[in-house]
Ligand binder design. Structure first.
Ligand code: PLP
Length: 446
């Protein structure tokens, strides 16, 4: 008998023959056919030819409503007019220079003005480089080596932090004293030794772990909203507690706001009223161009200052602060007024509550996590607050939903997380919720 997932996959393959064909060719030149595992799914991804507003068009001519926005990046939607105009204008003046441009100054000014903890900021090209540099800063500043991070948190693709992201439960240890587990082979063994893992949203355990290792700790790094486990909002007492303990013990507190910056005008720290020492950014702040940034306390950031005899920490990067990204970043930040955040918050809240009502009506064991413009479907009746509760998700049901939504004309991330942009509307939300219901009914879950 055909399972609901097999049926959705058969429909998907039938509707996307050109993507299948292109994927077959892609696999001849790139392992797995792509260069970014986070956007791969079996049996093949769709190959996109256009993104405009909320709509993605693929090589087969299928149009889908995009609730991924390049992993939360495109907060103004695809081809936002102000961003396209800024990029077109910069294109007329060159794409990169071996000297700074006025736009990078304006960009830094905008970031420092709106993010409470930013005295100074530096730009890089990925969120990965942002966390790499923030961790390096904490180590250089404290003269200490070790880190604390949360289980189930992704902070980018470098050794120091590719640990306990999605650990198999048989290797992960006890919930209240998790093991540090390398995400995959090839991660430096010393990186694993240099990190302690704590559950997200559990301040008692975090306090114990931090106090136990306080003498060796350079930093505690935390994502105020855990993206990997489904846009799970940090509990205020967890983030406030981390600030209190790290302050007391002289440990650098790093907020990874690569995604969470999206939740308020001044980022997650503005939303929660908790001020970290250093913050990492990416995604939204580059307006769709490759980007990362890190910044914070003047005394820490001044280690990068090369004037008067040189910096303590060296920092180069051929494309750091390049004028194309700066132009898109400035245009995006200037467009993101407080009113836009009110719109995003209301639309996100409406989407989450309509989904909850649907799941209650259909009596399916599902939930919704998220905050502000961020949301994720959870295929479990357990309330998801951290990695272990996230791990109770029914993976087959999640995959059936993901492929089913593609068939219905909607794109979520392949973990069924999503976000709204300023160009999504209540009608798009209603259409999405109806599509989720259709998939559930078709699959016999409801
Ligand atoms: C919280 C968080 N930190 C860091 C990164 C790494 O950013 P990038 O993919 O730009 O290297 C990501 C990427 O998804 C992220 O979600």
């Amino acid at each position: 008998m055909t399972t609901p997932l097999e049926q959705e996959l058969a429909n998907y393959s039938a509707a996307n023959p050109k993507s299948a064909e292109l994927h077959e060719k892609a696999t001849r030149f790139m392992p797995g056919g792509d260069t970014r595992n986070s956007i791969f799914w079996d049996p093949f991804p769709v190959y996109v030819t256009d993104g405009t507003g909320i709509t993605l068009t693929d090589v087969d001519g299928n149009k889908r409503t995009d609730f991924v926005n390049n992993m939360t990046t495109l907060i103004l939607g695809h081809r936002a007019p102000e961003v396209s105009a800024a990029l077109a204008d910069q294109l007329d003046h060159g794409v990169s220079y071996p000297a700074p441009s006025p736009s990078v100054v304006r960009w830094a000014e905008l970031m420092c003005e709106r993010v409470p903890s930013l005295d100074k900021v530096r730009f890089v090209n990925t969120g990965t480089e942002a966390t790499l540099n923030a961790i390096r800063a904490a180590r250089a500043f404290t003269g200490k080596q070790k880190l604390v991070k949360c289980e189930g948190a992704y902070h980018g693709n470098h050794d120091a932090i590719q640990i306990s992201i999605y650990p198999p439960l048989d290797k992960a240890g006890d919930a209240d004293s998790p093991n540090a587990v390398a995400a995959f082979p090839g991660i430096s063994e010393t990186a694993v030794d240099d990190i302690f893992i704590t559950p997200f949203n559990d301040i008692e355990t975090a306090e114990r772990v931090i106090r136990e290792h306080a003498d060796e700790l350079a930093a505690v790094i935390v994502e105020p909203v855990n993206g990997q486990c489904g846009m799970v909002a940090g509990k205020p007492e967890f983030l406030e507690g981390l600030r209190r303990i790290t302050d007391e013990l002289g440990i650098v507190l790093i907020f990874d706001e690569v995604i969470a910056f999206r939740i308020a005008y001044g980022g997650a720290q503005d939303y929660y009223g908790v001020t970290p020492d250093l913050t990492c950014f990416g995604k939204v702040v580059g307006g769709g161009m490759p980007v990362g940034a890190f910044g914070g306390r003047d005394d820490i950031m001044s280690m990068w200052d090369p004037s008067d005899g040189g910096a303590t920490v060296q920092h180069a990067g051929t494309f750091n602060g390049n004028p194309m990204t700066a132009a898109a970043g400035v245009a995006t930040l200037e467009a993101l007024t407080p009113e836009k955040y009110e719109y995003l918050d209301a639309l996100g809240e409406s989407l989450r509550s309509k989904l909850r009502a649907l799941f209650a009506e259909l009596e399916v064991p599902m939930g919704v996590t998220g905050i502000a413009s961020l949301f994720a479907l959870q295929f479990t009746s357990t309330e998801v607050v951290d990695y272990r509760t996230f791990a109770t998700n029914d993976k087959t049901m999640a995959e059936t939903m993901f492929i089913g939504l593609l068939n219905e004309g909607f794109l979520m991330s392949n973990r069924c997380a999503g976000n709204v942009s300023t160009v999504h509307t209540e009608d798009d939300v209603d259409a999405f919720v109806a599509a989720v219901g259709n998939v559930l009914k078709r699959a016999g879950y409801a």
